[in-house]
Design a protein around this ligand. Sequence first.
Ligand code: CUA
Length: 317
Amino acid sequence: MNLGFPLFPEQASTMAPRVDALFYFLVAVTSFFVALIFVTIVFFAVKYRRRGENERPAPIEGNFWLEVIWSVIPLGLTMIMFVWGAVIYFDMYNPPDDALEISIVGRQWMWKAQHPEGQSEINELHVPLGQSVKLTMTSEDVIHDFFLPAFRVKQDVLPGRYTTLWFEATKAGEYPLYCAEYCGTQHSGMIGRIVVLEPAEFQKWLSGGATGMSMADLGESLFQRFGCHTCHRGAGTPQGPALTGLFGKTVKLEGGATAIVDEDYIRESIIDPRAKIVAGYQPIMPTFKGLISEEGLLQLIAYIKSLSMPERAQSKK
Ligand code: CUA
């Protein structure tokens, strides 16, 4: 049946049919009970209507088994909804390890994407078909929200921290991208498109826009430019710890606490170096707040991450 307008966005990711199936189940269950309740209301209103001035209903004591049934059936149905929804939720928020990583920066009023190979795009995102893609996102100003209806995924994009979102496209084509959080007068114009390409075409697209500088390369040149290497070189110096192999590790902090070295920790250590001092070091690092853009921070993180990948760490020794 073609109504001339789509009731649902296309299903173009692995998550889409799963989210829709749960949604249809919720609609079916609620429709059934709405119908059941309204039909019985009308039926009882007619059947038990008051027929005379002196008519009095008989007192009702209640019915044990009736009460058990109308408690247990809804409990079972809501538990199905809960477990089904929780399974989808956890899958949605735990990206697979082999996902392709792309960074997204939102600002009033545009989306900027940067691929690990160095290509950047604005209000567009090219991704390969059949490969999971993980987005690491942040905002330069207010709260935005990255929303891909055809993929049934959506995630807030916040200033001052990283959020992630992942998907695996199942159908080549172009799909709309929206900002789904009111973020100022031109919020409704903060739109773009996702272009899903066959893997071979995606490789062609990637090499087409190649700058020769990957995210990690760009990060390394920032690392040199801001003089980070004076304290964080090789095996580390008395001023600053070594960064090679650090990403993903747990570090001991001054005062006994520990921290996991992830994107947020590195970002905080650049913007607010005194927040978490590694045990054995002095709080001498200056802040780089306002000096490095959000893209620059993501590039520095890509560089520090690359120092934990065997190939790169070897070549940089
Ligand atoms: Cu950005 Cu609404």
